[in-house]
Design a protein around this ligand. Structure first.
Ligand SMILES: [Zn+2]
Length: 264
């Protein structure tokens, strides 16, 4: 996540988005079919997660990754940027310090999900934060080089309303198509700008992975590892990147995935 990109849709970031209570009353969300982790990522297949910023893997699919804790060897994580544009002009977080900090936070968070980091395959592309779209072709190539037919690739939704997230979604879609992999897209910022019956969301492709109490708690604990994103910056007065209402929406007891998976 990062608020430094302009929203590409009509709702500006920085204002309070759609409240959790509205989502809880969503009829469209209630109709979304539930799938199990084995239906979503069948045993014996590999999952490639492509995260624009070093917290999106947790915000988008921390529960899903916790559900795959015993299958760490089947997970390949691609961190697209180092997230070093989250605090522009900050004296507290100069770019080099922020870059190092966010890597540490990211590793700590993945460990808190229960994934064995020694078995996990992790690739850092270090593309420039907030400018991923300028490198979209190279990104698609890098993802494609990782994919094999039959793999599952999970990316931020290509219409998520954030430039980096959308570029990652498009690049993953292109790579998945090239390699015969299955694409799964996950909304992050859409929870903020979309409304509960929003026809812009691809409800017909949506499925829900319901999280156990333990998986949800692990996700919550993993988010807490991203300390640079959770506090006001005293040097600039900027509010936390991840505020309370954003976190509430992302800690619902399920994760929404846009896929073409048929629940059994
Ligand atoms: Zn992000």
């Amino acid at each position: 996540m990062s608020r430094t990109n302009e929203a590409t849709l009509d709702a500006p970031f920085g204002v309070v988005g759609t409240p959790l209570q509205d989502w809880q009353a969503s009829r469209a969300l209630r109709r979304v079919p539930v799938v199990s982790i084995d239906e979503l990522i069948p045993p014996g297949t590999r999952l490639v997660v492509v995260a624009p910023h070093p917290d999106d893997e947790i915000l988008a699919c921390g529960g899903l990754l916790a559900a795959m804790a015993g299958r760490a060897a089947d997970v390949h994580l691609m961190s697209v940027t180092d997230g070093d544009a989250s605090h522009p002009g900050s004296q507290q977080w100069p770019v080099a310090r922020l870059r190092a900090q966010r890597r540490v936070e990211s590793e700590c968070a993945m460990a808190r999900l229960g994934l064995d980091l020694a078995r996990l395959s992790w690739q850092r592309l270090a593309l420039p934060d907030a400018r991923v779209a300028e490198h979209e072709a190279a990104l698609a190539q890098a993802i494609s080089a990782q994919l094999h037919p039959g793999d599952y690739v999970l990316a931020t939704w290509r219409h998520d309303g954030h430039g980096d997230h959308e570029a990652v979604g498009r690049a993953a879609a292109q790579a998945a198509q090239q390699q015969g992999a299955t694409l799964l897209e996950v909304p992050v910022w859409a929870w903020h700008w979309a409304h509960p019956e929003d026809p812009r969301l691809p409800w017909g492709q949506a499925c829900k992975l319901v999280l156990s109490d333990d998986q949800l708690e692990r996700k919550r604990d993993a988010i807490r590892a991203h300390t640079s994103q959770l506090h006001e910056d005293p040097s600039t007065g900027a509010p936390p990147v991840l505020d309370r209402s954003t976190l509430e929406r992302l800690l619902q007891p399920f994760e929404l995935v846009f896929a073409r998976v048929t629940p059994t």
